[in-house]
Design a protein around this ligand. Structure first.
Ligand code: CP
Ligand code: NVA
Length: 298
């Protein structure tokens, strides 16, 4: 049985297979072809944090593939009232064919996976967000080709998305320049593990020098709302704007997992400008995750 909890658990070959399949599924869907491969399959989706893209893409993806998705907010299920994660995993796993989990603690996803008898998908944890990277890598491939050997700049918080780009740098064999403020660096264990694929910068413009892709994310992630003001000060020199983009290659792309805060981590001119791929990136969550579901559930 396969899970999708950490990006680097899958080989480069498996990823390329999923991404290529996602590109085919996208074309088939747009041409009106019906694919009911997941008929009679049920996907449970446990969310203890907000979501637009992840929820809509998994739910729609299951419908398009002939299956069913159950949205389980922690406000509604007994897990949110303190039922042990192990008990919840045994019970939910005994009924459904796969589980998508967006929870605060990455450890809880691992515990759930150890106790549920079905594939588990990490839909964002405090540590990583592998589903987003599937869509990002698919988007890069569609618009720019192979990312292998390219250089990507991560600007901003050393957060869950940054960690996942570090894992992607290893799996897809690209170089990742990371520019984060001093107290907002990625987890030291990630820095050590992915050292061969990353370069750390203190200056955002230097990190963008001649890169092929610039990526950022919010300065305050979900659960860090009370740090917003403090973070605005710490991150003030880490906004992706026209000046920063002028350091990158002229045809460099811009990506952001969304939701975005224009005027904070990214200027409106960049996110709404010609180098931005954010809308394709968001749409590709649907196609990439359909390919992931077919890979895991069939
Ligand atoms: N990028 C992303 O995961 O968006 P949502 O939080 O809306 O799911
Ligand atoms: N780093 C952000 C990503 C949202 C998709 C968060 O965790 O809130």
């Amino acid at each position: 049985m396969k899970h999708f909890i950490n990006l680097d658990e899958l080989s480069n070959k498996d990823f390329n297979q999923i991404i290529n399949h996602a590109i085919v599924l996208k074309k088939q869907h747009k041409s009106g072809q019906i694919n009911k491969t997941l008929e009679n399959k049920t996907l449970a989706m446990i969310f203890d944090k907000s979501s637009t893209r992840t929820r809509v893409s998994f739910e729609t993806g299951m419908t398009q593939l002939g299956g069913h998705a159950l949205f389980l907010s922690d406000r509604d299920i007994q897990l949110g009232r303190g039922e042990p994660i192990i008990d919840s995993a045994i019970v939910i796993g005994s009924m459904v064919d796969g589980v998508v989990m967006r929870v605060s603690s990455h450890k809880d996803i691992n515990t759930f996976a150890q106790n549920a008898n079905v594939p588990i998908i990490n839909a964002l944890s405090d540590e990583s967000h592998p589903c987003q990277l599937l869509a990002d890598m698919m988007t890069y491939k569609e618009h720019k080709g192979d990312i292998q050997g390219k250089t990507v700049a991560w600007i901003g918080d050393g957060n869950n998305m940054c960690h996942t780009y570090m894992q992607a740098a290893k799996v897809f064999n690209f170089t990742l320049n990371i520019a984060a403020p001093e107290n907002y660096q990625p987890n030291p264990s990630f820095i050590e593990k992915y050292a061969d694929h990353i370069h750390l910068f203190t200056d955002a413009k230097a990190a963008c020098q001649a890169v092929d892709l610039v990526v950022t994310d919010v300065w305050a992630s979900m659960g860090q709302e009370d740090e917003q003001k403090k973070r605005e000060i710490a991150f003030k020199d880490f906004q992706v704007n026209d000046d920063l983009m002028s350091s990158a290659k002229p045809d460099a792309a811009f990506m952001h997992c969304l939701p975005a805060h224009r005027g904070e981590e990214v200027s409106a001119s960049v996110i709404d400008g010609s180098q931005s791929l954010v809308w394709n990136e968001a749409e590709n969550r649907l196609h990439a995750q359909k390919a992931l579901l077919l890979y895991l559930l069939t």
